[in-house]
Design a protein around this ligand. Structure first.
Ligand code: C5P
Length: 237
C-alpha cells in the first residue's frame, strides 16, 4: 500500500463518527480511518462495515495479545470484516504473530496489512525495568520486537516517529512504520509528548502517519486533513 494519512476516529458512538465522516462526502479523497477499541467495543463490528461501505480504508486498531490459537481465530474474523490494516502486540511472541498471519490470510492468499506494537509509548524505560523486569534500554527493546515481527512475517510496526529510522535500520526500508504523535508546527501538543509535524514525518521515513485531534477537533476538519496530505504526501487535494 502507498504512504497515507490515517485519521484516528477516537469517537465513542456511531452517530459521532458518521457525523464526522459526513463532512468528507463529495471530497475527491476519503480519509483512511483508524477505528480503535473505544468505537469498536461501543458500536460493534457493524461500524466497520458501514465505514467501509462509505469508501474508506480501515485500520482496525485492537492490539491483540493472547494465546496463538485465540489470536489466529480472532484474526480470521477480522479478515472477514475486510479491514485494510490491523495490529497486535509483538510481546505476544513470534509464535503468536505467526498464528495471527495464518488467521488473517484469506483463502485466495490475500490478507490485511498486519503491524505490531513494540512498546507502547506510554511505557517508560523505568517502568519496563521495575514492573516488567525488562532491563534492556528502550530502543533496544523496540529494535528486537520489530525484528521479531519481521521474522514472523508481519509488514511493519507502530512506533514513535523518532524510532522510525531505528526500525528501518533493523528491518529494512520496506518494513512499514506507522507513526502517531503528529502535530502541525503552529499548534499545541495536547497530551502527546514526543511529537513531529507531517512534513518531518515524511523526511524521517514514516509510511503512514496517524493523526487524531489535529483533524477531528479542528474547526474545519476537511481543511486540516488536506493540510496533512499536503505536508506529508506533498499532494494537493
Ligand atoms: O489525537 P492524537 O493525534 O493524539 O491521536 C493519536 C492516535 O494514535 C490515538 O488514537 C492514539 O491512541 C494513537 N496512538 C498514540 N501513540 C501510540 C500508539 C497509538 O498516540 N504509541
Amino acid at each position: 500500500m502507498a504512504k497515507d494519512v490515517i485519521v484516528a476516529c477516537d469517537f465513542s458512538s456511531r452517530e459521532q463518527v458518521l457525523g464526522f465522516l459526513d463532512r468528507f462526502e463529495g471530497q475527491s479523497r476519503k480519509p483512511f480511518v483508524k477505528i480503535g477499541m473505544e468505537l469498536f467495543y461501543g458500536a460493534g463490528p457493524e461500524i466497520v462495515r458501514e465505514i467501509k461501505r462509505r469508501g474508506h480504508k480501515i485500520f482496525l486498531d485492537l492490539k491483540l495479545h493472547d494465546i496463538p490459537n485465540t489470536v489466529r481465530k480472532t484474526m480470521k474474523v477480522l479478515a472477514g470484516l475486510d479491514v485494510d490494516m490491523t495490529n497486535l502486540h509483538a510481546a505476544g511472541t513470534i509464535e503468536m504473530m505467526r498464528a495471527a498471519i495464518e488467521g488473517l490470510t484469506r483463502e485466495d492468499g490475500t490478507r490485511p496489512v498486519l503491524i505490531a506494537v513494540t512498546q507502547l509509548t506510554s511505557t517508560s524505560e523505568e517502568r519496563m525495568r521495575s514492573e516488567l523486569l525488562i532491563d534492556a534500554p528502550l530502543p533496544e527493546v523496540v529494535r528486537k520486537y520489530a525484528s521479531n515481527a519481521r521474522e514472523a512475517g508481519l509488514d511493519g510496526v507502530v512506533c514513535s516517529p523518532l524510532e522510525a529510522s531505528l526500525v528501518k535500520d533493523a528491518c529494512g526500508a520496506d518494513f512499514l512504520t506507522v507513526t502517531p504523535g503528529v502535530r502541525f508546527a503552529d499548534a499545541g501538543k495536547d497530551d502527546q509528548v514526543r511529537i513531529t509535524t507531517p512534513e518531518r514525518a515524511r523526511q524521517i521515513g514514516s509510511d503512514y502517519i496517524v493523526v487524531g485531534r489535529p483533524v477531528t477537533a479542528a474547526e474545519d476538519p476537511v481543511a486540516a486533513y488536506k493540510r496533512c496530505v499536503k505536508e506529508f504526501l506533498n499532494e494537493e487535494i
